[in-house]
Design a protein around this ligand. Structure first.
Ligand code: F3S
Length: 653
């Protein structure tokens, strides 16, 4: 049986497991990327591996989320990231050089390679045939250390594109149509693989708009085959030697097929406050718009801004509306400026922003209260723009610009003649990104050009703890007994006054479980070792690694719970904490303050695959607890966590 394109790339990189949907597989990673808010922890974890340099073909560090500085912590973070990239042999993209996905796509993304990134929109370069997956910080650090990335083998779904886009319909409408049909959960556990005759009608920037927003479908990744257009695009960056011809086999079998006839599409828009609230633009036309933003990792390419510039030629932004353009990369900004488009847009009333995530996460350009903001971004979750009860709509640059001219939401096909016959700008590729456009050269510091050979840590950055391998004894006081449904927010609150310590585990750990008991951190530190007891669904909510790292730092050896949330349980293994299941009766009987001892030789039992453990409480009564763990999770736990395991493997050669 033939293989899908996804299976081919996975097969090429497979180090463990079989390509059977639902089975865990380990794959080798060729490239990694991290951004500034997740990057500090990635590099602190890499430091803990005690390696001299990154082991992947390429690692890149970007500064894009927080480039509008608030205080010294951001600049300290950026300087630390530059020093880490230089010290360990990674590329460093300076603050203001652009959003990680745009800059990575332009400079490094390559067909057939695997990319792991600590940002959820990492799948963006799937548009040029790269298999790219978003993951947690520790996974990136381990991959940079040469370790495999483990993931459940996804189902591969065929998204068959037919026909060609009509005037005014764009790549953004393709992905909005999929969101309309499938919802934000429609891609979970899947790779969306695009095929069919419609593929060749789309350029690489159009394809990457689609793969970028596959994340909003919940997909593990999205990918296009490669063709002449991929080769041509790489050639514009002087990278044609990185082209590889990649196609699924003609007899490949897919888990499912979705057909989209491009010629049926029309301008679409996602209403507040979910990317899958999609309707035709004409259905919501007429609403006054106070703000329009063109940019982000979804629609921030030169080719995305160009239609806006062409539409604004000789026209003006409405007096009702403020229009901001934030290109996705400095290279795109530079091209627009050199070709005169920036001046044209400024004359029309557009404000220009530096190339940054900024407004996408509520940093700058926060909409006014009770107003409509039209954005070409990928997410419009309530409050994300920086104001509660916001009204953010998601659409293409063409719809955004037409609405900025009209001062109200408008389907560009219906923009009246008195605004001057508005012609569809059509799609046009940038001529050449190399040579004349130097931002990529000057704002990326290569490993060879590095000015650093040691880490520079400001006062808010401190090394991460690494746990010792699991010993024979696990015992300690029950430091806290908790109810059902404890969230990772209970364990480490996500408020900005607390999360600002994310690069300083010692300081952050002082807030561990403080929402339940503000004496917890102090008591845990004094006790030196201890256990936690909880009811059902312990650790639900976000995937925050700090919710396992901080308890580990405070000496928590084991969590005894009636059940665990899946991702948090994986994080407990990753940081060397023993997650044991207990029954309702045991839960009811254990009290806070009780001494708990796991009677078995824990290290040996975990390594041997033992599932049942005897727990002795107060040297008085015993109960049975169970460990539900895969072989790999047992290996991780026995080593003291993922970092310790990678370190151990590296020292064994
Ligand atoms: Fe940045 Fe928003 Fe994309 S935060 S990475 S522009 S989703």
């Amino acid at each position: 049986m033939g293989q899908t394109l996804t299976e081919k790339i996975l097969d090429d990189h497979l180090v463990e497991g079989d390509l059977q949907p639902g089975e865990e597989i380990g794959i080798e990673i060729d490239q990694t990327l991290s951004q500034d808010t997740t990057g500090t922890m990635v590099w602190l974890q890499f430091e803990a591996l005690e390696m001299d340099e990154v082991q992947t073909e390429l690692a890149a560090q970007y500064c894009d989320h927080q480039t509008y500085q608030f205080d010294f912590k951001n600049t300290d973070d950026h300087r630390f990231l530059r020093s880490a990239a230089g010290t360990y042999g990674a590329y460093f993209s300076r603050p203001g050089n652009g959003i990680c996905h745009n800059v990575h796509k332009e400079n490094f993304a390559a067909p057939g390679k695997t990319l792991l990134g600590s940002d959820s929109h990492t799948p963006t370069p799937g548009g040029l045939g790269q298999l790219a997956i978003g993951a947690g910080g520790i996974d990136i650090a381990v991959a940079m250390g040469g370790g495999a990335y483990y993931v459940e083998m996804p189902e591969v779904v065929n998204v068959r594109l037919e026909g060609e886009l009509p005037e005014w319909a764009t790549a953004k409408d393709v992905i909005l149509e999929l969101l309309r049909r499938l919802s934000v959960k429609g891609g979970v556990g899947k790779v969306l693989e695009y095929t069919g005759p419609g593929v060749e009608s789309l350029s690489v920037p159009e394809r990457t708009t689609i793969t970028n927003m596959g994340t909003e479908l919940g997909a593990t990744s999205s990918i296009f085959p490669t063709d002449d257009r991929t080769e041509d695009w790489l050639a514009r960056f002087d990278r044609e030697d990185e082209f590889v011809d990649l196609q699924a086999d003609a007899d490949a079998e897919y888990a499912d097929e979705i057909v989209v006839d491009l010629s049926d599409l029309e301008p679409l828009i996602a209403e507040p406050s979910m990317p899958d609230n999609v309707v035709p633009v004409r259905e919501v036309a007429g609403q006054e718009v106070e703000q329009v933003m063109v940019g982000s990792c979804t629609n921030g390419a030169y080719e995305d801004v160009l239609p806006a510039a062409k539409m604004l030629e000789g026209r003006e932004v409405s007096k009702h509306t403020e229009m901001i353009v934030a290109p996705g990369s400095k290279q795109a900004s530079e091209m627009l400026a050199r070709e005169g488009w920036t001046a044209e847009m400024m004359a029309a009333g557009v404000n220009f922003s530096e190339a940054t995530c900024g407004a996408c996460i509520g940093i700058g350009h926060v909409p006014a209260s009770d107003s409509v903001s039209l954005r070409t971004f990928n997410r419009n979750f309530e409050g994300r723009s920086g104001i509660e009860d916001d009204s953010v709509y998601l659409c293409s640059p063409e719809v955004a610009t037409a609405s900025a001219i009209a001062g109200e939401i408008v389907d560009p096909r219906d923009l009246s003649d008195d605004l001057g016959d508005l012609e569809a700008p059509g799609f046009e590729m940038g001529t050449s990104y190399s040579g004349g456009y130097g931002a990529g050269d000057t704002d990326i510091i290569t490993p060879e050009e590095s000015i650093d050979d040691d880490l520079i840590k400001g006062p808010n950055i401190s090394s991460v703890p690494v746990k010792d391998p699991l010993g024979a004894d696990v015992r300690g006081e029950t430091l806290l007994k908790m109810q059902d449904n404890i969230t990772t927010d209970h364990i480490i609150p996500a408020t900005s006054d607390i999360l600002k310590f994310r690069s300083n585990i010692e300081r952050l750990s002082e807030f561990t479980l403080s929402r339940i008991d503000d004496t917890f951190a102090e008591r845990a530190k004094a006790a030196d070792s201890g256990v936690l007891v909880a009811g059902e669904n312990y650790g639900q909510g976000s995937s925050r690694e700090h919710a396992a790292m901080c308890p580990m730092f405070l000496g928590v050896e084991s969590v005894l719970a009636q059940s665990f949330a899946r991702i948090h349980k994986a994080n407990l293994f990753n940081f060397g904490i023993l997650p044991l299941n207990i029954d309702e009766e045991t839960y009811a009987r254990i009290e806070q303050g009780d001494d708990v001892e796991v009677v078995d030789d824990v290290a040996a039992a975990v390594a041997d695959g033992q599932e049942e453990f005897t727990v002795r409480v107060n040297d008085d009564w015993e109960a049975t607890a169970t460990l539900d763990a895969s072989e790999r999770e047992r290996r991780t736990l026995a080593a003291g966590g993922k970092l310790s395991l990678t370190k151990q493997r590296h020292s064994e050669g």
